[in-house]
Ligand binder design. Structure first.
Ligand code: PLP
Length: 260
């Protein structure tokens, strides 16, 4: 059956990241994409110029309606924005958590530096959302902010992943993609193991939306019943192809190519 994936997050007017990246990824991978949109942004490849949050009640209602009528095989969460939005999402997801994999890409700020999660929501994200999460996918700076730990060395990465699991996440994928080096290295940490995913780094400035694309691709793999290891492996292969297929649009960090 076609996997039914709900993407909760912000809309990116440039079509590179956020909900637009989620819909393209889920569609390309053969799923049915549904959305609960937390904010509308005005942005281009160079940065985010304006953000208008939507109503938390509307988002909660959208989540409940599609869960009850269409059904969910996985949920992917990206930009949340405000403490009220976080509370509404947690409330609405409690009914499905445990029966459906939930992937959280903990978007705290855009690469260009705009805040995408109010720091006042951070504590509640740890306490109330993290226990509902199957897999959380922070990059190293996000993992450092979420855990309060340094995330520089491999032992640090493992400690941060274990701390995220103690907050209630089933597993943590700590992404090293933003860092220098010949390879892009991510680490999957569970309470009892850590495994490394490694790929040669691509020389491209067109990386806008990589986090959203990876998390959505993982969600669809989990929806199909793949293990986290296999879902992450397939998602990284999809992301690599999308980076290679980037059309080169924009003056800044342009969109990926979600090509067949
Ligand atoms: N806009 C939205 C709506 C997002 O969800 C994200 C990231 O998740 C971004 C912008 C930032 O993307 P990037 O860090 O790739 O620039």
């Amino acid at each position: 059956m076609m996997p039914r994936i709900l993407a909760i997050g912000g809309s990116d007017s440039s079509g590179g990241a956020g909900i637009e990246a989620d819909i393209k990824t889920i569609t390309m991978l053969g799923g049915h994409a549904m959305t609960a949109i937390t904010a509308i942004t005005a942005q281009d490849s160079q940065g985010i110029m304006a953000i208008a949050p939507t109503a938390p009640d509307l988002v909660a209602r959208a989540i409940r309606l599609v869960a009850a009528d269409i059904g969910l095989d996985a949920v992917k969460i990206g930009m949340i924005g405000t403490p009220d939005m976080l509370a509404a999402i947690v409330d609405a997801l409690r009914a499905v958590a445990g029966s459906v994999p939930i992937v959280l890409d903990p978007v705290l700020a855009s690469t260009s530096g705009t805040t995408l999660l109010d720091p006042a929501a951070l504590g509640r994200l740890r306490d109330t959302l993290m226990p509902l999460i199957t897999l959380v996918t922070p990059n190293r700076p996000e993992a450092a902010i979420l855990t309060g730990l340094n995330v520089d060395t491999v032992p640090d990465i493992r400690a941060a992943g274990e701390a995220l699991c103690r907050m209630g996440a089933g597993a943590a994928l700590i992404k090293g993609g933003h860092f220098e080096g010949t390879h892009s290295i991510d680490h999957l940490v569970t309470p009892d193991r850590m495994i490394e995913f490694r790929m040669p780094r691509l020389a491209t400035r067109h990386t806008h939306g990589t986090g959203c694309t990876l998390a959505s691709a993982i969600a669809i793999g989990l929806a199909r019943g793949l293990s986290p290891d296999d879902a992450i492996g397939q998602a990284r292969t999809f992301l690599h192809a999308a980076l290679l297929a980037a059309p080169g649009f924009g003056q800044g960090r342009g969109p990926l190519g979600h090509a067949a």
